[in-house]
Design a protein. Structure first.
Length: 83
């Protein structure tokens, strides 16, 4: 079924999302996942990755493989890129 105009907005307002499988590489560290995203988005600022890790409360987990993270920790790595 296709919606348009006000009806489309009404339907879309009732749709949400839940990040169950964040787009991260589990075999890489948190730092390396963020480094890859920085390369892809053209961010090249010294200390930026450490700043992001600290901001999301993962400063001490930066060298830990993402496969060892809880879902909440994984979401912390994904969310800064969507804000």
């Amino acid at each position: 079924m296709r919606y348009s105009g006000k009806e489309r907005n009404k339907v879309l307002s009732r749709i949400g999302s839940l990040i169950e499988i964040p787009g991260l590489y589990p075999g890489m560290t948190a730092y390396d996942n963020l480094k890859l995203k920085c390369i892809c988005t053209g961010i090249n600022r010294k200390g930026y990755i450490e700043e992001i890790l600290d901001t999301v409360g993962l400063g001490k987990a930066g060298r830990k493989k993402v496969s060892q993270f809880s879902l909440g920790m994984k979401k912390g790595l994904v969310l800064p890129w969507h804000l």
